[in-house]
Design a protein around this ligand. Structure first.
Ligand code: F6P
Length: 344
């Protein structure tokens, strides 16, 4: 019997509630443990914003709900480090034996650092961007991919009717997983990802060639973090926000204007934005998030502290948080090469 703490940190993601439900069901049902939730990410621990999670009937119904019933927030890493004593105090006051933070790069890095500072934690990887290392996939990615693919399918028919170039911007700050997969799944004519700088002249040449061949529409999927080779186009600078994240200035809008200017084709730009993160998770994400939750609770009761749950093939395994947070998982060049077969 233990006391388990749970929080969700960083940007929200479809499947967070499925993890919370699985942690509660497993902890209470199998181990007669109790679970306390902390609201709004790490702030919940800095300010002791606790919430009870023991109404099993209520918890059962959150499986399909998007967002997170615990709320979430980004916290500046320096503020978090400065608040270590308060975090430990809140965990003590609530009698928490093991904390389960569910989050992306920022949350898991903080979890790793807390673990090194002596706090027992088990991490759960989430992000629609799919850029957490040491796991095959994060939950939320499949849902975002389904939304992006559906949107691009729809853009094909309107682009075709108007003989237009359509640019669709999807999320992906450092890694182009959503763009790569949505581009492949929807038969886009070009995909631009953060890992590979693009050349505007090459983009324009591809578009011109396709129109000359008689196919009168062209779809480009652009990851929000994609950037041109600076010799081919200058992208507006946005600086960084208080969390140290680069502020994007709208690469697809700027590229769209450049294409119109250089080859005189009519361009329309769609930015999918947070639509990709909202709503109910796909069945794949519900199952993955549920399995992550079960295994995180198991690890919390059986000495798995200091680890993150991860999908390897069909198995859920534990990997040290320090390993998982060393680097981001970015699209390898061979995966982009596969997609190139469909460009133009
Ligand atoms: O969850 C990751 C992510 O979706 C990024 O792809 C995106 O740039 C960012 O979150 C947006 O975050 P916010 O909700 O703070 O605008």
């Amino acid at each position: 019997m233990k006391r388990i703490g749970v929080l969700t940190g960083g940007g929200d993601c479809p499947g967070l509630n499925a993890v919370i439900r699985a942690v509660v069901r497993t902890s209470v049902g199998r181990y007669r443990s109790t679970v306390v939730g902390f609201r709004d990410g790490w702030r919940g621990l800095l300010e002791d914003r606790r919430t009870k999670l023991d109404d099993l009937d209520k918890i059962d119904r959150i499986l399909t709900r998007g967002g997170t019933i615990l709320g979430t927030a980004r916290v500046n890493p320096d503020k978090l480090r400065a608040g270590l004593d308060r975090i430990k105090q809140t965990l003590d006051d609530n009698g928490v034996d093991v904390l389960i933070p569910i989050g992306g790069e920022g949350t898991l890095t903080a979890a790793s650092w807390l673990s090194e500072s002596g706090v027992p934690v088990v991490g759960v990887p989430k992000t629609i961007d799919n850029d957490i290392d040491c796991t095959d996939v994060t939950f939320g990615f499949d849902t975002a991919l389904a939304i992006a693919t559906d949107a691009i399918d729809r853009l094909h028919t309107t682009a075709e009717s108007h003989q237009r170039v359509m640019l669709v911007e999807v999320m992906g700050r450092h890694a182009g997983w959503i763009a790569l997969h949505a581009g492949l799944a929807s038969g886009a004519h070009l995909t631009l990802i953060p890992e590979v700088p693009f050349d505007v002249d090459e983009v324009c040449a591809m578009i011109k060639k396709r129109f000359q061949r008689g196919d009168a529409h062209f779809i480009v999927v652009v990851a929000e973090g994609a950037a041109p080779d600076p010799r081919s186009m200058t992208l507006a600078e946005g600086g960084v926000d208080e969390f140290g994240h680069k502020i994007f200035t709208g690469v697809s809008q700027q590229l769209g204007r450049e294409i119109e200017k250089r080859i005189g084709k009519e361009v329309r730009v769609t930015v999918l934005g947070h639509v990709q993160r909202g709503g109910t998770p796909t069945p794949f994400d519900r199952v993955l998030a549920t399995r992550y939750g079960v295994h995180a609770a198991e690890a919390a009761h059986n000495g798995g502290e200091g680890n993150m749950v991860a999908l390897h093939g069909t198995k859920i395994e534990l990997v040290p948080l320090s390993e998982a947070t060393k680097q981001l998982k970015r699209v390898p060049s061979e995966r982009y090469e596969e997609a190139r077969a469909f460009f133009g």
